[in-house]
Design a protein around this ligand. Structure first.
Ligand code: FES
Length: 109
């Protein structure tokens, strides 16, 4: 099966530094996070209890879940804390011409 194409989901300038921007793509909520001059795109769903990560603090390459405070590494989704070891869903993303582009995996069949 071929790889899905990258698609533009936002302008990089619209993502606040040390912050995040929520977008909905194909019915999925994606959280674009900006930290350390890098952009990462994760699913807006905490791997602990599936709560939204939107509004969580973004610092030094991590996002903190606003519900119970778990910390996740934005680059890999790695969970840091006692509540879960399940990583966040992180999407392959890139910046092209000031646009944030993401490659969503094909729907599970
Ligand atoms: S729902 Fe995110 S840490 Fe519990």
């Amino acid at each position: 099966m071929s790889q899905p194409e990258y698609q533009t989901i936002a302008q990089a300038a619209d993502v606040p530094t040390n912050g995040s921007k929520l977008v909905v793509v194909d019915g999925r909520e994606l959280l674009i996070c900006s930290s350390r001059d890098e952009i990462h795109v994760v699913e807006n769903k905490c791997s602990h209890q599936d709560q939204p990560l939107d509004g969580g603090r973004v610092r030094n390459g991590y996002i903190f879940c606003p519900v119970h405070g778990m910390r996740f590494k934005l680059a890999t989704g790695e969970a840091i804390g006692q509540l879960t070891r399940v990583p966040l869903c992180v999407f392959d993303s890139r910046i092209v011409g000031g646009e944030v582009q993401v490659r969503l995996e094909a729907p599970a069949s």
